[in-house]
Every structure is written in C-alpha cells, then in structure tokens.
Design a protein around this ligand. Structure first.
Ligand SMILES: [Zn+2]
Length: 306
C-alpha cells in the first residue's frame, strides 16, 4: 500500500523518542485530546500509521507506566488502541491535572505544557493522533481535529505562541478543526513538530510549481511573439506583391526597393537579419521603418485604385 504524505510525515515524527518524561506526558496529552475519543469513560485512539502504532505503547509506558487495555491485532488498515480500565483512566486524568469525575470540559492544562520542549511534544502528539497534511503536489493543507471545543481554542493560542501565527479554524461534524493553508506556514509547522524532511518537501514542491508557471508564461509569450513576427512578414510580402502589380516597385527610392527585395527573398528572416543584409547594414528600427513605409505605399496604391 502506498504511504500517503501524512503517513510519511508521521513516520518522520516518530523517528525520535522523547528523552524526558515531561515530554512523553505532554505528547500523550496531545494524543488524547486530539484522538478519536477521550473522556471519563476511556480513550480510543485509531491510526493507520504503523510507526505511530509502534510508538504508542512505549510512550504510555514512559509517561504513566501503564499498558493499553486493547491493542491492534496485527494486520493492516485501521489500528485501534483503547484504555478502558477506570484506574488507568483516573491515573491519566490526575497526571493531566483533572479530577477523574470532572472531565466534562477537557482543556489544555497549561502546567503540562509549560516547558518549551513540552509544547512541541504536545503539538506533535496532537498531529500524530488528530492531524493530517495534504500531499504538496495536490495542494497546501495541514489540519488538526479535536472533539473538545476549549482544546481547540487553547491550541489555537499555543500555536500562535510557538509558531508566530494563528491557524484558521472551522467545524466539521462534531469536530473542531485548526488548519493552515500557506505552504510556508505548513513547512514551519512541520519543522517545529520535528519533520524537517517533509517541510523541505513542501518548499521544493512549491518552488517546482513556481518554476513551471514561469516556464509556461515564458513559452506562451514566445509563441505570441513568433506569431506576431510571422504575421508582420506575411503582411510585408503581400504589400511588396501589390507594389509590383501596381508597377511601382522599380520606381521606389533605392533604400525602399532594396528593403523590399530583401524581404521578398527572405520571407522568414527577422528584422535584425534583414537589417544586416542592407548595404551598408542598418539598424533594426531603420529596417522596421522601411518595411512599414512599403506597407503604407501599397495601402495608398490600393485606395487610389478604388
Ligand atoms: Zn518536556
């Protein structure tokens, strides 16, 4: 199965395991507040990332010294982890500063994310459990989804504090969404979370897109110029044919006659090339002036004969 861009970001985020216990607790906090469900009744974390699934049991052991009550049984697809034992849930809630019986309004308990190292860990956990990012070849979008309203509000402020910009917010179903739409901000966010390789991927995709746009604009422009040059040359040849038919070509001043003959013999030559064929050679603008004069004379002849 092909790994999505989100999947590769999550794999990158799982390369390093938190050194300090405070960070392990903060990451678990982020995971639980952004996972599928978390409350007094227990926690349910569902993921498709193998790397995250491998990390989860180690992380919860490091943070709280506890094991999950349900872990996925091998296989692929969605991997489900559950905490259902009331004692374990009470332990986790207490660590986060909540009373086990009073968990109606879960929020980001600030002492848990006081240290800078823990802020990054918290947001990494939030992304691993409730985040996704679109493949930059398809578009720029990173989002975090939580079912808790105050968590959304507090994470919004936390992101501004550590990243220097606010995410946008939206609702989808029962979820609160924090999202980013600008490639640079998504790259900054991924770097901050600990996925600099993915962040580079975003910036490279953006550069490539800009370069392609530039090349396309350039080609369109060149095509337009070539068309213009070809049309002008055709018009000049037509004028020269008319002048000859009117018997005026031989009586033209030398300069104009030479220009006409040169154009007639070289219908595809550029103005610069024609200018160089003159004896002595003249400037491109002088050549352009002579050819314009020829078209005017032909037009005058046409009008006179009507
Ligand atoms: Zn820490």
């Amino acid at each position: 199965m092909a790994v999505s861009f989100s999947g590769s970001v999550k794999a990158e985020l799982c390369r390093f395991f938190p050194q300090k216990r405070c960070c392990a607790v903060a990451e678990c906090f982020g995971i639980l507040l952004f996972c599928n469900s978390f409350g007094a009744g227990g926690a349910r974390i569902i993921t498709e990332s193998r790397e995250f699934a491998q990390r989860l049991p180690k992380l919860f052991r490091r943070a709280f010294g506890l094991t999950f009550d349900q872990t996925p049984e091998g296989g692929g697809g969605k991997l489900v982890f559950q905490l259902t034992d009331p004692e374990k849930i009470a332990l986790v809630m207490t660590q986060f500063g909540f009373s086990p019986r009073d968990t109606l309004a879960l929020h980001v308990n600030l002492p848990v994310v006081e240290e800078d190292c823990c802020k990054a860990s918290f947001l990494r956990g939030a992304f691993l459990a409730g985040g996704s990012v679109t493949d930059p070849a398809k578009g720029y979008h990173l989002e975090l989804t939580t079912t808790h309203q105050s968590v959304c509000r507090e994470t919004y402020a936390l992101m501004e504090e550590v990243l220097g910009f606010y995410p946008k917010t939206a609702r989808r179903g029962g979820g609160q969404i924090l999202y980013l739409k600008q490639s640079e901000r998504i790259a900054d966010c991924l770097t901050y979370l600990g996925a600099p390789v993915a962040a580079m991927g975003i910036m490279e995709a953006r550069l490539e897109k800009e370069l392609n746009n530039k090349v396309n604009r350039r080609c369109n422009c060149d095509d337009a110029n070539i068309t213009k040059v070809v049309e002008a040359a055709q018009e000049q040849c037509e004028a020269i044919r008319l002048l000859r038919a009117q018997g005026k070509l031989d009586s033209l001043p030398d300069k104009l006659r030479c220009a006409a003959l040169a154009r007639e013999a070289n219908p595809e030559a550029s103005l610069t090339e024609l200018a160089e064929m003159m004896e002595p050679p003249i400037t491109k603008s002088a050549m352009s002036h002579r050819l314009r004069r020829l078209t005017e004379l032909a037009e005058e002849g046409k009008e006179a004969s009507i």
